[in-house]
Design a protein around this ligand. Sequence first.
Ligand SMILES: NC(=O)c1ccc[n+]([C@@H]2O[C@H](COP(=O)([O-])OP(=O)(O)OC[C@H]3O[C@@H](n4cnc5c(N)ncnc54)[C@H](OP(=O)(O)O)[C@@H]3O)[C@@H](O)[C@H]2O)c1
Length: 278
Amino acid sequence: MADITPTITLRGGLEIPRVGLGTWPMDDADSERAVLSAIEAGYRLFDTAENYKNEAGVGRGMRASGVPREQLFVTTKFNREWHGEDLVREAFERSAERLGVEYIDLLLIHWPNPEQDRYVDAWRGMIRLRDAGLVRAIGVSNFKPAHLERLRTEVGEMPALNQVQLNPFITQAATREYDAAHGIVTESWAPISKGHERLMEQPVIAGLAERYGKTPAQIVLRWHLELGLVTIPKSGNPQRMRENLDVFDFALTPAEVAEITGLDGGTGAPADSDKFGH
Ligand SMILES: NC(=O)c1ccc[n+]([C@@H]2O[C@H](COP(=O)([O-])OP(=O)(O)OC[C@H]3O[C@@H](n4cnc5c(N)ncnc54)[C@H](OP(=O)(O)O)[C@@H]3O)[C@@H](O)[C@H]2O)c1
């Protein structure tokens, strides 16, 4: 296992680890334990949200590790009620207090909630938070190219990162293409499709696992890396945490990557961010 997780540089210069720990749906106590175990296993990136109600546990796990704050990277996200140029400051303050941190590494708009039509205002407020040094990088989650286009044309600054549901069944080709063209790093949530056997037992995944002496989850996580993505598999189990981080000592060929991408049935993300959000 690599001592230090390889990173990608976000717009603005901040480095983000390629693999981090997802924390939904763990509560405070489980998150605290999981973050501490993950740090011991070598993780430095943690993904939480106001909506997960576990920011306090994530922060406690970070502190309990004894690893200096500046060596850890925490992402959090805020709900729709904070979509407003001034409101995002309060969202930041509440999350920072729950986490017990002075600054947040990466703050995301959790869902665009287009029917509310205030994500552009929220984005303006986030730029102010970043310029004030309260957050080191700013981004969005579950944004489609049409939502990102409004940030580009109405504000003129693009997010550093877009976190979307992405795995071999939901490959998000249009969003990945748009993000790449605009210097936005794409981050995958539900990267192993929640560990479901339907993905793990696909012949292409099982065959590659056999060929490389890796587990099916490791093959899928390596596919994310080959596509240039950042990924945040969730596990509360220390052995699976180590497994999910141990993906930097082999590579898939372009043909193998294409074969895995071919598992996409074209259904798209089940939660449509034009209709669903919180
Ligand atoms: N932005 C958003 O709207 C949004 C939405 C949902 C989630 N997220 C974030 O994305 C993170 C990841 O997504 P997710 O948790 O939905 O799905 P996921 O990471 O694809 O899958 C997690 C599930 O897979 C199991 N698992 C973990 N490692 C495994 C392995 N090596 N082999 C087999 N099974 C394994 C886990 O069980 P164990 O814990 O027992 O290992 C858990 O049940 C979340 O935790 C959250 O931080 C973001």
